[in-house]
Structure formats: structure tokens, C-alpha cells
Design a protein around this ligand. Structure first.
Ligand code: CDP
Length: 235
């Protein structure tokens, strides 16, 4: 399949609204939504389960750095099911880990996985296989820059840290998960920092991406803006 038209890439930092927007657009266009972050989350879970030991975060970080080339990556069967509702379902060796990958314990460890080429290659290979046979809307950090740089439909959503943390708070509250403003805000700023500043595939807008500042735009308007640009690019 020619990725110029078959992949719609929506990148941006946490809380920029990209997953809500990507899901809606997929629904409107009648194509699948792919959550690339869910792959990184599942791979992080696989590495962490394999690690088994306890210890400080630094001990885990050092262990991953040391072992990255000898981990049994080919034994970890990670499968993404597009799902029938809104959310992708993720399986690790046939176990449904869709909820497990969202815990703070996993979220805080992703950075030690996402900054290494061997793990990024593992994820990208799986994403590209899914894109071979499906038209997709994907959200992530590097879809427009690294995974599908030749896609014609690239968007980069931004918003201030305050607005993004507020959205994340609302999301947690709606899921009845206890949420503390200071914690949510500082976790978000920390993750932005590690995503933006890593050497490999950092969070970055592609040169030809359309930037959308979502601070004062409703989700509906963001979706309309993206859809109209997609239509324009086809004509
Ligand atoms: O919490 P949120 O939905 O914003 O994040 P996510 O999309 O689930 O991604 C979790 C983490 O995975 C990010 O903070 C990145 O470190 C990493 N990631 C990445 O490096 N590249 C991607 N294409 C997607 C996610």
C-alpha cells in the first residue's frame, strides 16, 4: 500500500488531544485507529516482567541499558487488535494487557525503552506490518518524522502544559481513577522533557506537518481542521 495516502499521522505531546482526535477521525473515515504508544507500553511491560527484580528506577534503567542487545525480543509476542470500540486491545503472549499497560508503574519506565534504537525498531516493524494492509490513523511522537515520513497527511498537535494536564485530570476523573493535580502536572512535564530531548526519534513536528495549537480549540474544531486538510491534499 502507498503510505502517502493510506497513513494519517497525528503526533504531539501527552494531553494534546491526539488520541481523541485520531479515534474520531478514524471513525468518520471508516478506517482503523492505531495507538503507537500502546506498543511502547506493552514492550515496556514485557521488559519489566522479564526483569523480575526489584530495585530503584536507576537500577532498572542501568539493567535495560546493559541488556538491551541480549533480551529475548523474538519470544515476546505483542499483538495489537484494532478493537471494535474506541480503544486498541494489546496482547502480550496472548494475555490481554490493555489495562495493565496504563499503570503509572509502566508509564514511568517507558522512557528507558523509547530512547533505544533496538526497541524502536521492534515497534516500528510491527506498525509497518499493520500499515501494509490497512488504511490507518496513527497517533504517536515520531510517526510523521520517522515511521512514515512520506505520508502526505501529517499533523502535530500542541497545547500548553496547563491545558494538557487539565485534560489528563478530566480523563482520570472520568475513569474514576484518583488524580492529584501536582502529580499529573509534574509527570507530564517530565515525560515531555524526556520525549523531546532523547537523541533517537524525539518528539518533533515533521517539516511538512500541519501544526495545530489546541489550547483554545474544541475537539470538534480540531477534527474539522484535520479533515478539511486531508480532503484538500486529495484534490
Ligand atoms: O500518555 P499518552 O497517551 O500521551 O502517551 P502514549 O501515546 O501512550 O505514549 C507513551 C510513551 O511512549 C510516550 O511518552 C513516549 O515516550 C513513547 N512513545 C514514543 O516514543 N513514540 C511513539 N510513537 C509513541 C509513544
Amino acid at each position: 500500500m502507498n503510505h502517502m495516502d493510506s497513513v494519517i499521522a497525528i503526533d504531539g505531546p501527552a494531553g494534546s488531544g491526539k488520541s481523541t482526535v485520531a479515534r474520531e477521525i478514524a471513525k468518520i473515515l471508516g478506517i482503523h485507529y492505531l495507538d503507537s504508544g500502546a506498543f511502547y507500553r506493552t514492550l515496556t511491560l514485557a521488559v519489566f516482567k522479564y526483569y523480575k527484580a526489584s530495585g530503584s528506577e536507576q537500577v532498572f534503567a542501568d539493567w535495560v541499558a546493559e541488556k538491551q542487545n541480549i533480551l529475548p525480543l523474538d519470544q515476546w509476542l505483542i499483538r495489537l487488535d484494532f478493537g471494535h470500540g474506541d480503544e486498541n486491545k494489546l496482547f502480550l503472549n496472548s494475555e490481554d494487557v490493555t489495562n495493565q499497560i496504563r499503570t503509572p508503574e509502566i508509564t514511568e519506565k517507558i522512557k528507558y525503552i523509547a530512547d533505544k534504537q533496538i526497541f524502536r525498531d521492534f515497534v516500528n516493524e510491527r506498525i509497518r506490518v499493520l500499515a501494509r494492509d490497512n488504511k490507518l490513523v496513527m497517533d504517536g511522537r515520531d510517526i510523521g518524522t520517522e515511521v512514515f515520513p512520506n505520508s502526505r497527511n501529517k499533523f502535530f498537535l500542541t497545547a500548553s502544559p496547563e491545558v494538557r494536564a487539565k485534560r489528563r485530570m478530566d480523563e482520570l476523573i472520568s475513569k474514576k481513577i484518583p488524580a492529584d493535580w501536582e502529580e499529573v502536572y509534574s509527570e507530564m512535564v517530565k515525560r515531555d522533557d524526556s520525549d523531546r530531548n532523547r537523541k533517537i526519534a524525539p518528539l518533533l513536528a515533521a517539516k511538512d506537518a500541519i501544526l495545530i495549537d489546541t489550547d483554545s480549540l474544541s475537539i470538534k474544531l480540531v477534527i474539522e481542521t484535520i479533515l478539511s486538510r486531508i480532503l484538500e491534499s486529495k484534490s
